[in-house]
Design a protein around this ligand. Structure first.
Ligand code: DCP
Ligand code: MG
Length: 371
């Protein structure tokens, strides 16, 4: 009788980078519950648990149809006991009681509000909560010292936490393009992150900047930032070397030109440009502009393909690419390079397609990296 049921049994490869995950999700109720539990784990600074929920959600995102029964999931990878319990709950009752009670909990709400401040991570938020601070109002009243990023984050809280639309991302793209070509003609700007994967909204806008002639990109970031600043486009900026530089010499670190790899975390001031300015409840007058988080990265052309692949995401897709490289290929992949530990050499690539080929993976276009 069971085979008359025709209940589809799904099959999914182990690593998210072996799968094609579009934005079309047939199991949103399930993945929303698992993603919320992942977010909660991350807010509690338990990244291991967070990744487990993210992996489980990603498997369900890759399914071609809605799940109707647990038996369809038999043999699927990355579905741990806890995730299966959540899935069962949703299938039986229509929602996950654990996800629902997490969402309602005061601690989750406080962690979410406080980490919504740009420059505030789970550790700082937890420390504030231990000191009785659960809201922005309490934080402002507490007189706690905030660093420059957090001050800007608090000041532009509403803007930074409002989703960015594709139209806004494109408007910012034009500004960045103008800035970059003004200070270095011939330099190229590429939209990366979620918008490159075809998402319609994002929490920020990510750009990768390079120049077709190796070395010409050197010193570019400070010039771009100065130009943007002089035109009044920046509410906040902090330029750093990529954090990867400060880490111990990994095998994926090429010795020579790493110092040119720079990153700028910024908050842009974007004019309303015909858009209906948002009315925040407390505001007497609507602002004619909004704050938008923008990340800029400069890469030398020799590393561009790796940087492009590394900054397009999704975060889980990136993590799975590196896991695949390490465990299945004995290679180390970063946003700078791919190192083959068996051959003890770097594998060059000028396109994402070549990197997938080096890794023995079928090419997955950006729109199908939404794991
Ligand atoms: N990334 C990374 N390491 C970091 C930060 C980002 O590898 N420390 C990569 C993976 C992300 C991409 O860069 O997919 C962009 O980061 P975002 O946090 O902006 O993520 P998305 O653009 O995918 O999502 P959103 O739409 O929320 O901005
Ligand atoms: Mg982004």
């Amino acid at each position: 009788a069971e085979c008359l049921n025709f209940a589809m049994v799904f099959s999914v490869p182990n690593y998210a980078c072996q799968r094609r995950t579009t934005l079309e999700n047939h199991n949103a109720v399930l993945t929303d519950a698992l993603s919320l539990l992942a977010e909660n784990a991350e807010l509690e600074d338990e990244d291991g648990r967070g990744v487990a929920f993210r992996r489980a959600a990603a498997v369900l995102k890759a399914l071609p149809k809605p799940v109707t029964s647990l038996t369809q999931l038999r043999g699927l990878p990355c579905l741990g006991e806890h995730s299966l319990r959540v899935i069962q709950d949703v299938l039986e009752t229509g929602s996950s009681s654990e996800a629902e009670s997490t969402k309602q909990s005061e601690r989750f709400k406080a962690l979410k509000v406080l980490t919504g401040i740009f420059g505030v991570g789970p550790k700082t938020a937890a420390w504030w909560i231990r000191h009785g601070i659960n809201t922005l109002h309490q934080l402002r009243a507490s007189g706690h010292t905030l660093n420059r990023a957090q001050q800007a984050g608090l000041e532009h809280y509403d803007g930074v936490n409002r989703p960015v639309t594709k139209a806004e991302a494109d408007a910012i793209g034009e500004i960045v393009e103008t800035a970059v070509t003004s200070v270095l003609p011939g330099a190229q700007v590429t939209l990366t992150g979620g918008f490159r994967r075809g998402k319609l909204t994002g929490h920020d806008v990510d750009f990768l900047i390079t120049h077709p002639e190796e070395g010409r990109e050197e010193g570019l970031m400070p010039k771009v930032v100065s130009w943007l600043e002089s035109q009044g486009f920046l509410l906040y900026q902090k330029t750093t070397r990529n954090s990867y530089l400060e880490s111990k010499d990994g095998p994926a670190r090429p010795a020579s030109n790493m110092d040119r790899f720079e990153r700028c975390f910024s908050i842009f001031k974007l004019d309303a440009c015909g858009r209906q300015p948002a009315l925040s409840q407390a505001d007497e007058e609507p602002k004619p502009w909004r704050a938008v988080r923008v990340d800029l990265v400069v890469s030398p052309i020799s590393q561009f393909a790796f940087a492009l692949l590394g900054w397009t995401g999704s975060k889980l897709f990136e993590r799975e690419l590196r896991r695949w490289a390490g465990y299945e290929k004995t290679m180390s992949l970063s946003s700078h390079a791919l190192y083959d530990n068996k051959q003890s050499r770097y594998l060059k690539a000028t396109s994402e397609e070549e990197i997938f080929a080096h890794l023995g993976l079928e090419y997955v276009p950006p729109s199908e990296r939404n794991a």
